[in-house]
Write a protein that binds this ligand. Structure first.
Ligand SMILES: O=C(O)CCC(=O)C(=O)O
Length: 234
């Protein structure tokens, strides 16, 4: 098998070597046909993210460009899911990025099954700043060194960024370079990146000349406890 090709990506103020995300769309199709979600759940448990290529109809995404919720609401595997009314709609300017973090420090503490669905609003190539996901970071022992940060709520009250760092390249020096497996992909309208609460991620720096448009949305089973600051769910 040919070795995977990595590329150097601007990870905030530093650079990281980044490998391609794995497309899980086939697993989703199999799950929808068979009703068995185990393979998909296992991949999320192992990698900490799922890339769903062409999960959403491209025409709808381009037409809406603001809200893809009607499509995401169809994504209800076993239990009814709820999503926060508030959506993190982003127009990220050239030169800007989101720093390294886990979502737990922002929205953790209630449902352990809360997931982020990151939706590009139009094509987001590497230079526009797609997510950079540290594969397996939610489960690898090496990341125990960050348990102080991981257990904190530094992002939850809006007074601090909640970032561990603005430079993705420092992660290797903290947890060891063998534990760090950066993943990214050029994303198309219709793709969705799903992220677990404890998966370390950031976005690549927008090194293009145009704004990066995307939306992050939060989802969880309807019966799970709801993060109080995110008041309004539906
Ligand atoms: O899109 C971004 O800039 C950041 C999104 C993110 O990190 C998240 O949804 O958790």
């Amino acid at each position: 098998m040919a070795p995977e090709k990595g590329q150097t990506v601007a990870a905030g103020t530093g650079n990281v070597q980044c490998f391609p995300m794995i497309d899980s769309m086939l697993l989703l199709k199999n799950a929808l046909c068979s009703g068995c979600w185990q393979a998909l759940q296992e991949r999320l448990a192992i990698d900490g993210y799922l890339l769903m290529r062409c999960m959403l109809p491209i025409a709808d995404v381009l037409e809406a460009r603001a809200f893809l919720l009607s499509e995401l609401q169809r994504w209800q595997p076993q239990e009814a899911a709820v999503t926060t009314r508030y959506k993190w709609l982003r127009a990220v300017s050239p030169g800007e990025f989101t720093g390294l973090h886990t979502d737990r420090v922002f929205v953790g503490g209630s449902s352990p099954r809360l997931l982020t669905a990151w939706v590009p609003l139009g094509d987001v190539n590497i230079q526009h700043g797609p997510p950079l996901v540290c594969r397996g970071s939610h489960r690898l022992r090496a990341f125990d060194r960050l348990r102080g940060y991981a257990a904190s709520r530094v992002g939850s009250d809006g007074t601090r960024s909640g970032w561990l760092s603005g430079d993705g390249s420092v992660l290797a020096s903290v947890v060891g370079r063998y534990a760090v497996d950066w993943r990214t992909a050029p994303l198309r309208a219709g793709d969705v990146v799903v992220l677990g609460l404890d998966t370390y991620h950031m976005t690549a720096c927008n090194v293009s000349s145009e704004a990066r448009l995307s939306c992050d949305t939060r989802w969880q089973p309807a019966g799970d406890p709801r993060h109080p600051p995110l008041r309004d769910w539906r």
